[in-house]
Write a protein that binds this ligand. Sequence first.
Ligand code: SF4
Length: 355
Amino acid sequence: MLTDRAHAERLSRQWGVDADDILLIALNACGMQADIGVSRLRFRLRLDSQPEGQLYMILSLGRAQSPFELAGHEIRLNGQRIATVDAAEADDAVLGYWRKSGKVLTLNSNARSQCTGCVFCPNTLEEASDPRLAVLDDLRTYFAAIVEDFALRDMADVEKVTVCTGCFQHEHLALQHLRQVRAAMDTQRCSGTLHFLSSVLTTPQGLDAAAAIGPFQLTLTAECFSRRAVILKESKARLTPAEMVRVLGQAADRAIATNFTYIVGLDSPDVAIRHLAGFVPVTTSFPLFQVYQSHNDLMDVFVANGARDIEFYLHMRREIEELYGPTGLRPRSWENYRPLWYFTFADEPLCGDRI
Ligand code: SF4
């Protein structure tokens, strides 16, 4: 994938892509060699080339073929130090965490750790600490605990609460939970966006109900376009690309903010770009393009042809920039921990909150 920093700089000149972005894309795709008894690690990363800022990353460990290695607090690329890590902890499924410097709260409020079925999902590798918050009282109690823990007056300054779970089997159960989350937000004077990542909110009636809950964002979990029945859990796989475009279009018609998740490294670039083109007109916020992270030999089986080479990701990046460049939508580092973009999008610098 990548031999050393000089290799990244040669590719940078050849592709017109920031060398640090290339290093980090390769790190996401390869994971690291490390034998510290955890399969996934979340941490803050400080690049030697840009020591003034930190990034947040979640990576696979124990990847024996990776050119990257975790040695103490150093990340090395074939023996050459490129970065240091800070605040590292095992990536178990937690109930909630902050993004965007404390302005966005992500909730795994429906026992995400119990969900299985997508071949790339790390749930089966994780320790879980995300019990189900099944009733309004649970959510109110949880929000009150957050306010107390972080010494906040209330959650009035929280811009967005993201409900991140694939575990609702039915639309009406998801909507019931989302109404409860909104009611709990109200008790903390939070009028921000309620953001839902899912594939079960699909009917016009369901979208009407979601729009009525208040400011709402739907991130449809598209993930991939080929081999869907093999790669995804059944409730996700049954949605076709054409239906996803229909759902996002109908959501946008109801003033719901829209985007989707897509995993780069599962489809061939031809298949990916052909389908992604249809999503551009129904997307109102930059999609979450995530580098495929394989955690073991079984997950390696699903890597697309060519996706063990860095050029695969640079090609996809360039194609997506051509699709989304004219829309004015741009990636935001704080909302995606394994992106194709860190410091630049095409020839534009990316600014703003990074973690
Ligand atoms: S829907 Fe798939 S990716 Fe999401 S939690 Fe369930 S198994 Fe994991």
